[in-house]
Design a binder for this molecule. Structure first.
Ligand SMILES: [Zn+2]
Length: 95
């Protein structure tokens, strides 16, 4: 009986302290993964962690969204000429 209790306690304590993936490690890898510079292991590590940890999952999605916005801004795709024309047309109409 005592052994059984010990086992249960160990399981409970183990679960608390064991935490296979640490949030700090996860967040450290987050940028590496989002920059596409992570190894396969690092990507797996992050993926597995955010599957179980909702704060990190949220953080991941926010960072991802921010990076995507920055990326689009940096790309600065040339604006199609017809779009410029139509904007100009609209401006002229309003004047
Ligand atoms: Zn976490």
């Amino acid at each position: 009986m005592i052994d059984f209790i010990k086992e249960v306690v160990n399981k409970l304590v183990g679960k608390k302290t064991e935490q296979r993936y640490c949030c700090k490690d996860c967040l450290c890898r987050l940028n590496t993964v989002l920059d596409g510079e992570a190894t396969k292991e690092e990507m797996l590590y992050l993926q597995e962690h955010i599957d179980q940890c909702s704060p990190c999952y949220d953080h991941y999605n926010i960072e991802k969204a921010v990076k995507e916005v920055i990326k689009h801004k940096l790309e600065q795709r040339p604006v199609p000429a017809n779009l410029i024309e139509s904007i100009r047309g609209n401006i002229n109409k309003n004047c």
